[in-house]
Write a protein that binds this ligand. Sequence first.
Ligand code: BES
Ligand code: ZN
Length: 449
Amino acid sequence: MKYSIYKIVITAIIGLCVIAPIATFATYYTNSQDEKSTNLEINILQSIDDDNMYKNIKSLSKKPRVAGTEQEDEAVGYIKKQFDSYGYKTEVQTFTFNDYTAPHTIELTLDGFIHIVDPSALEYSVSGHVVGEVIPAGLGKVKELQHLDLAGKIVLIKRGDISFKEKMLNAAKKGAAGVIFYNNAPGDIMGSLGEANDSFIPAVLLTQAEGEKLVKQVKNNPDTQATLNIEGAKSITNISHNVIATKKPSNQNNSKIKAKHDIIVISAHHDSVAGAPGANDNASGTAMTLELARIFKTIPSDTEIRFITFGAEELGLLGSNHYVDQLSANEIGRIKANFNLDMVGSKDAGKLTLETIDDKPNLVTELTQAASLKLNGKPTPVNQGDRSDHVPFAKAGIPAALFIHNPAEPWYHKPEDKIDKISKAKLQDVAEIVTLAIMNQTRVEHYAK
Ligand code: BES
Ligand code: ZN
């Protein structure tokens, strides 16, 4: 821990007290007020416990914590227990999401088709074994399918103009048994049907070259039959959770303290990707959110502070989207800032950076830069970034920023993202900056006599 700047300030103040003449009483008074708040800040910053964060990261990162798995549930239980132990009444908010397992077998065989066909499945394609005549159907728009007899047939459709999903539903409506999509541009392609749907029929995706050869073949041999076999694709409704601990404004009965209606959200995602134990991504942010909750529990504040760990960030910011979606307009108006902590403790990553979705400063970056300037002599830089849970807040009009070290470590989303890659000094540094930033926005001690 380094308090060099504080030390200089205090030494200067003491020096001033000794040598200043009585005529400068007003200056004295101001300085002694500053000194008081500075001492308070020091006490609080000193109580941030990097060992506690490290211990929590270690416990959380024994295994990957993929959303919707038992390991996520274990992590959620662990986080709730910690919040509860700090004196919070913790809410576990549950939400559902569509969990798709890609097929293990994708086969397409075509009678008389001499070229090698290497199909890829589309995300959300269903399993099935279908045999049928191949019918080219242009771009698969309703008008193009109108006069075609597609019942029990396998429809050959080119990418473009409308989504794969729309094309698929148009074909399914006409009673088709399967769909072969092909690209409208050269190169490899990963396709998605966007979401699961009970009306989907088995489908594969070919390259443009393969698709065009197939169209030619079918035109020359109109009875070409295809067999489409997809096995192992599964779509289930799964469950993930957000964990929420709320600190109400303090001393609400004390008439000297005017509680604001403001809310500040401190957040981090607790899930990880498959195969990575996610010590830095993002047991680090989770442990820091817990530590900030522990610290702030005893600090009087005029603002509500919500400490939230989100589920299913790695699946597309699902937990934070769910959270922001279920807020009332009134709550959205009251949330003045989102401090989102993601990958905040890697030994092997670069310097602390703030990321906003529009690259612009906002209340979060301003408070943070004032705090980092005071603590480290340099304001934390601001860059553009939209790869974490600050995004739904920002899109709802709430000042939001991601705290991350840039560049990221080589272990990002890898099995090596383990506790041995965590730096206590980095954790302590970020936690101090966030604590000071939030204290400066929510402090109430100046209300007291
Ligand atoms: N912690 C990362 C985001 C990140 C990593 C930001 C490296 C900046 C540098 C996050 O958990 C993640 O992996 N996000 C996804 C996107 C998300 C919408 C699924 C990503 O960046 O691929
Ligand atoms: Zn992350």
